[in-house]
Design a protein around this ligand. Structure first.
Ligand SMILES: [Mg+2]
Length: 118
């Protein structure tokens, strides 16, 4: 769906369910994402530790793929709610915070690279 169409959809959502309800929904989706991340990581970890046979490897790989799909679904849910939250808050301050934090990340990466190369 195009960004303009999503924006129309979000305006409709915010009209039907107020800001407070949508912020609770964002919180709920963040919690679901945390669970999905942990389930995926646990599945990957267990697959590495306990797979003895090829059949076990195939089974755990399938389970890991399933958990990966659940993770991606929750990422999509959170992105949808974040986009609505952006509409509520406005982009200005969020973009400023984001720029600041991206610059901080860039500096951290450069520092780590320099330390590893020296
Ligand atoms: Mg969800």
């Amino acid at each position: 769906m195009k960004k303009a169409d999503r924006a129309d959809l979000y305006v409709d959502a915010l009209y039907l369910w107020d800001d407070r309800t949508q912020l609770y929904k964002l919180s709920e989706e963040c919690a679901e994402l945390i669970v999905a991340i942990n389930n995926f990581l646990k599945k990957i970890k267990l697959a590495n530790l306990y797979d003895k046979t090829e059949a076990d490897q195939i089974k755990s790989t399938g389970e890991a793929v399933q958990k990966g799909l659940e993770l991606m679904e929750e990422i999509a849910d959170v992105e949808i709610m974040i986009e609505q939250a952006r509409l509520m808050c406005g982009d200005g301050k969020i973009n400023k915070f984001k720029d600041f934090k991206l610059n901080r990340l860039k500096n951290l990466i450069e520092k780590e690279k320099n330390e590893k190369s020296s």
